[in-house]
Write a protein that binds this ligand. Structure first.
Ligand code: ADP
Ligand code: MG
Length: 704
C-alpha cells in the first residue's frame, strides 16, 4: 500500500487553494501527465519544473535603473492620467516617483478600476517589471507585480519561469507549486549518504524547494545539483522497478524446455538459405535459456532484414519438440498475416500446425481456432494483440515471441506471460529498432540480449540519395527505366488526405499523379482501407501485378517483398532517423541493386540535413540509432509514448548516461543485498518507488 503520508500528493490538483475546475483544465493541457492519468494531481505540479528564473533582485533608485532591465522599485504614486475619451490606442499612465526621480507606469487597454485600486494616489507601492526609456522619461509598461509595502513578501525576488499555456499564468503556478511542496511529507532519505555528499546533492524536499523557490539563479538548471538529484531519484526508481520485475520473473520457476532437434532439422532442410552465424548463436542462446529452470525473458535485437523471423520459428520449434505450444505476436494485422504466410510453407514441411488469430477472425472461424488451440491441435498461434483476449486459452503455452516490441507496453507483455501454464511462459521479444545501450538500460534494465549483427549473405548495399522534391520529374524518368527492367517501387507519403493548410504530400494525390504516368500498375495502401483491401493490395504488390505501391507509413513495419528495390520517401525531412531506417529496410532484400530516394522540401533545416546525410552515409542501424538519440532524444525513438511506457519527468538532463549507469549499478547492489527492500533504506526506497509511480514493480511486493 502507498504510504498514507503520500496521499495528499496524489489528491486532485483541485484540492489546492486557488485551483478550480477551469484551472484544472488548463493544468491538464500544460502538465505532462503520466499515461493513464487523466486529471492533474498535486504530485504532477511538483514535476512541472521551471525553465529559468526572472531575477527581480535589482532594487536601484529610479535614477539608476538600467533601461531594458528588470527591477523592483519602491515608489510613491503621484497622479493618474487616463487616455482621452474615444482614444483607446493611447495608454493609461500613472506617474510615480522616488527620491531620485520619476517613472511612468503605462497600461494599454487598461481596466481603469483595477489600476485605481492597485495604485491609489499618494500611496507607496513596490513595483517590479522591465523598465524602458521613452524619450526623457523612464517607463514601466504593465508591471509584473504591484504590492503595498506590507505585502512585500508576496513579490518573488527570484521568480521561477514555468512552461505555460494560454490562460494559465506563472503566478498561479507559483502559488500552486508552493502548496504542493508544503504537502511533501518528511521522508527518510533513500539515497546513499556518501553518494549524496560526494555529489553535493540536497535532500529530496530541499531539491524541490530550490527549483520551485530558487534562491539563486543557478538553482534552476537541469545541470545543477537540485535537478540532478531529482533526475537521479527518477532513474533509480526506474532501475529498481525493472530490477524487481526481472527478479520476480527469474524467481518464478519456469519449466525446462528442450527438444530432440528433429523439427528444427526439418525447418533447416526446408530453408532456401544457410543460417548466418549470428542466427546460429542467437538460437543457441535461446535454447540454453529455454532449457534452464528459470523463466526466460530475452530480447532479440536485429536490424531490419537481419532474419529474425527464422530465429523465431526455430525457437518456437523447440517448444513444440518439447510437446508444448508457442505463440507469435505482431503489432499489426498486416505483419501478423505476413508472418503466417512466411512461416506456413516451412511449417508444413516441418509438420507444424499453425493458425492465425487477429481482430478479423470472428464468429465460427474464430471459435474453431480457439477450440483447436485449447485441445492442442494447434502448435503455433500467430496473431496480433487479439492473442491477449481472455477467451484465448492454450492447452499448454510454453513460449511466446513478441515481434517489434517497441509497439507494446510492459502491461501487454505481462498479460501474455500470464497465459502460460506450468510455471509461466518463456518470452522472447524481438525488435527491429536497434536500441542503443542507454535506452536498453532505461527501459529494460539488464535484460538478456541476443543480437543479429550480420546481414544474410548476398545482400547488396542500398544506394541512398537525398533530393529536393522539385527534382521529382527526373526521379520519375529514372523509375521508368528501372520499371522496364522489372523493378518495383515503394513510394511513401506521410499523410492520407490532403488538406489545404498542410503542405504534406498526400498519398491519394501522389497515387493519382503516378497512375496518370504509369497506369494501373500503381497501387495505394493506407490506414483507412479495410483490412481486406489492404491484403488485396499487398498481395498484388507481392505478386508483381502492382509495380509501384504508394503508401502511408503503414508499410513501416516488417513488410517483406524481396523484389522491391526502390524506396521513395516524400518529405523525408519530417521523419525521424529510426523511421527512415525502418522504411529503407523494406528494400535491398533481393538480388537487384537497390535505391532509397529521400525527397525533401527546401529549405532544409540543420538537423534535418544532418539526418538525411547520415542516411546517405550509413546503413548501420546501431550507428543510426545512436545518432537519432543524439538528435532527438530517446523516448520518441522507442515509441515510448504510444506504447504506454512511462517517459521521464525530470531525468532528461546533461550527464544522463552517467547518472543512468550509476543508478543501474546502485539498483543492482541494492537488490543483491536487500531483495525484498526490507531494510530501513529498503523501506525508504519503497517510498521512492511510489513517488515515481513505479507501480508495476510495487505491485510485485504488495502482498509482502
Ligand atoms: P527481419 O529481421 O527484418 O524480421 P526477416 O526475418 O523478415 O527480417 O528476413 C528478411 C529476409 O531475409 C527474408 O526474406 C528471409 O527469408 C531472409 N533471410 C533470413 N535469414 C536469411 C539467411 N540466413 N540467408 C539469406 N536470407 C535470409
Ligand atoms: Mg521482421
Amino acid at each position: 500500500m502507498r504510504p498514507v503520508a503520500l496521499t495528499p500528493l496524489f489528491a486532485s490538483a483541485q484540492s489546492l487553494a486557488g485551483i478550480g475546475p477551469r484551472l484544472v483544465l488548463l493544468l491538464k493541457k500544460c502538465l505532462a501527465l503520466p499515461p493513464g492519468v487523466s486529471e492533474p494531481r498535486v504530485l504532477d505540479l511538483l514535476w512541472h519544473l521551471p525553465t529559468g528564473v526572472v531575477d527581480r533582485r535589482a532594487e536601484p533608485s529610479s535614477r539608476d535603473a538600467v533601461p531594458g532591465s528588470i527591477v523592483t522599485l519602491k515608489v510613491r504614486v503621484l497622479k493618474h492620467k487616463a487616455p482621452p475619451r474615444g482614444n483607446n490606442k493611447a495608454p493609461y499612465k500613472v506617474t510615480c516617483e522616488d527620491d531620485t526621480g520619476r517613472i511612468d507606469l503605462v497600461f494599454f487597454h487598461a481596466e481603469r478600476k483595477f489600476i485605481e485600486t492597485q495604485l491609489p494616489e499618494g500611496e507607496e507601492r513596490y513595483i517590479s517589471g522591465r523598465v524602458e526609456r521613452y524619450g526623457e522619461t523612464l517607463q514601466m509598461a504593465h508591471p509584473d507585480y504591484i504590492v503595498p509595502p506590507e505585502r512585500r513578501g508576496d513579490l518573488p525576488m527570484l521568480e521561477p519561469v514555468y512552461p505555460l499555456t494560454a490562460g494559465l499564468s506563472g503566478k498561479v503556478l507559483f502559488k500552486a507549486t508552493r502548496q504542493a511542496i508544503e504537502r511533501v511529507p518528511d521522508m527518510t532519505e533513500w539515497q546513499d549518504a556518501a553518494w549524496l555528499k560526494a555529489r553535493q546533492w540536497p535532500d529530496f524536499k530541499t531539491a524541490l524547494n530550490r527549483l520551485h523557490r530558487p534562491e539563486d539563479a543557478q538553482d534552476v538548471s537541469n545541470g545543477a545539483a537540485p535537478w540532478q538529484r531529482l533526475a537521479y531519484d527518477e532513474l533509480l526508481a526506474g532501475q529498481l522497478a525493472l530490477g524487481l520485475v526481472r527478479q520476480n520473473i527469474r524467481a518464478q520457476r519456469g519449466r525446462s524446455i528442450s527438444g530432440d532437434g528433429l523439427i528444427r532439422k526439418r525447418i533447416v532442410a526446408a530453408l532456401p538459405f544457410k543460417l548466418t552465424n549470428s542466427q546460429i548463436t542467437a538460437l543457441s542462446e535461446i535454447s540454453t535459456d529455454l532449457a534452464a529452470t528459470h523463466r526466460m525473458l530475452r530480447l532479440l535485437q536485429g536490424d531490419v532484414g537481419s532474419g529474425k523471423t527464422v530465429v523465431a520459428l526455430m525457437s518456437m520449434a523447440i517448444a513444440i519438440e518439447a510437446g508444448a505450444q508457442a505463440a507469435l505476436m505482431a503489432p499489426t494485422e498486416v505483419l501478423a498475416r505476413q508472418h503466417a504466410d512466411t512461416i506456413a510453407p516451412l511449417a508444413e514441411q516441418a509438420g507444424l500446425r499453425i493458425a492465425l488469430l487477429t481482430g478479423r477472425e470472428k464468429g465460427k472461424a474464430r471459435d474453431a481456432v480457439l477450440e483447436r488451440l485449447a485441445s492442442g491441435e494447434i502448435d503455433i498461434l500467430i496473431g496480433t494483440h487479439a492473442l491477449f483476449q481472455s477467451d484465448v486459452v492454450f492447452k499448454d503455452l510454453a513460449f511466446a515471441v513478441i515481434d517489434e516490441q517497441h509497439r507494446f507496453g510492459v502491461h501487454q507483455r505481462l498479460a501474455l506471460q500470464a497465459k502460460g501454464s506450468n510455471g509461466g511462459t518463456n518470452v522472447l521479444v524481438m525488435t527491429a529498432t536497434p536500441i542503443p545501450r542507454t535506452l536498453l538500460m532505461t527501459h529494460y534494465g539488464d535484460l538478456d540480449v541476443s543480437k543479429l549483427t550480420e546481414k544474410p549473405a548476398g545482400r547488396k548495399p542500398i544506394i541512398t540519395r537525398k533530393m529536393p522534391v522539385d527534382h521529382m520529374e527526373r526521379l520519375i524518368d529514372r523509375i521508368r527505366v528501372q520499371l522496364a527492367e522489372g523493378a518495383q517501387v515503394y513510394w511513401v507519403c506521410p499523410l492520407i488526405e490532403s488538406s489545404e493548410q498542410s503542405e504534406l504530400a498526400a498519398a491519394e494525390e501522389r497515387h493519382a499523379h503516378l497512375a496518370q504516368i504509369f497506369g494501373n500498375t500503381v497501387g495505394l495502401l493506407h490506414g483507412a482501407l479495410t483490412a481486406k483491401e489492404k491484403d488485396t493490395t499487398m498481395a498484388a504488390f507481392a505478386s508483381g501485378d502492382l509495380k509501384i505501391l504508394v503508401a502511408t507509413t503503414v508499410i513501416e513495419v516488417g513488410v517483406n517483398v524481396p523484389n522491391a528495390n526502390i524506396m521513395v520517401i516524400e518529405h523525408a525531412e519530417r521523419f525521424g532517423l529510426a523511421q527512415l531506417h525502418q522504411l529503407r529496410g523494406r528494400v535491398g532484400r533481393g538480388s537487384r541493386e537497390s535505391f532509397c530516394m529521400l525527397l525533401y522540401k527546401q529549405p532544409l533545416g540543420v538537423t534535418a540535413e544532418q539526418r538525411l546525410t547520415m542516411m546517405e552515409k550509413t546503413e548501420d542501424g546501431f550507428l543510426i540509432a545512436e545518432k537519432d538519440l543524439e538528435l532527438r532524444g530517446g523516448g520518441e525513438m522507442l515509441g515510448a509514448r504510444q506504447s504506454g511506457e512511462p517517459g521521464f519527468r525530470v531525468a532528461e538532463v546533461p550527464g544522463f548516461e552517467m547518472l543512468l549507469s550509476a543508478a543501474r549499478d546502485d539498483a543492482k547492489l541494492i537488490l543483491a543485498t536487500d531483495a525484498e527492500l526490507a531494510s530501513p533504506r529498503g523501506q525508504a526506497l519503497r517510498t521512492l518507488l511510489y513517488m515515481f509511480e513505479a507501480d508495476e514493480a510495487v505491485r510485485l511486493f504488495r502482498a509482502a
